[in-house]
Write a protein that binds this ligand. Structure first.
Ligand code: HEC
Length: 193
């Protein structure tokens, strides 16, 4: 009987003491990380190991940016590209041949085999495709088609212009530079020299 009273007294004391700890104290917790996981903010700057989604993974290109060309879709971007962008492609027979093949796949149906704007697309929307070798009509570059630089051409391929849609999702940067080189070397002078 005495033992039973002692036991009851002991548990009563435990419950009493546990109840006294107040609301704000959660008591003893096993594995507190499971209740309150450390909050890693995706775009926070002070995460453990400096990890955050602000820094692109090495070798990747941030959305909206290119490796070799960062001019936006405005007229200003176009003009800056025309003045400053440098075609990284070497002018070799092999690269020109690639450019020609790519031009055949992506441009020729509108711009024509010789760049005279006489491709097989006959819809009225494409009735005013400019000649690459035109040296008279001044365009948005402030120069005629014949004098467009590879930066202008890269910009036009990337973002398009009016009836010409953007080709950024179909043609890689490297391929765009190859096409620009081909247009400059062959089509802007076609039949003129
Ligand atoms: C669907 C038809 C179409 C295709 C495909 C097309 N173009 Fe065009 N392109 C046009 C038209 C139309 C214009 C004239 C746009 C205007 O002046 O409003 C044009 C204009 C241009 C210009 C002049 C832009 C400027 O700055 O004035 C360049 C350079 C050009 N195209 C290059 C290309 C190249 C290179 C390709 C292939 C990668 C290509 N285009 C594919 C229809 C096309």
């Amino acid at each position: 009987m005495k033992k039973a009273i002692l036991k009851i007294g002991f548990f009563a004391a435990v419950i009493f003491l546990a109840a006294c700890s107040g609301d704000s104290n959660p008591g003893y917790e096993f594995m507190p990380n499971m209740y309150r996981s450390p909050s890693l903010e995706t775009y926070g700057e002070n995460n453990a190991n400096g990890m955050n989604a602000l820094t692109p993974v090495e070798g990747t290109v941030a959305r909206g940016h290119l490796n070799t060309f960062n001019y936006d879709e405005t007229l200003e971007g176009y003009l800056n590209a025309g003045n400053m962008a440098v075609n990284p492609m070497e002018n070799t027979d092999e690269i020109l041949a690639d450019g020609k093949a790519l031009y055949g796949m992506f441009c020729e149906h509108c711009h024509g085999k010789t760049g005279a704007g006489d491709g097989t697309m006959t819809h009225v929307i494409y009735s005013a495709v400019p000649h690459f070798n035109d040296d008279k009509t001044i365009r948005r570059s402030g120069t005629p088609m014949r004098e467009l630089t590879s930066g202008h051409i890269f910009h036009a391929i990337t973002y398009g212009l009016n009836a010409m849609g953007p080709h950024a999702s179909q043609i890689t940067e490297e391929e765009r530079w190859k096409i620009a080189l081909y247009v400059q070397e062959e089509l802007q002078h076609y039949g003129l020299e």
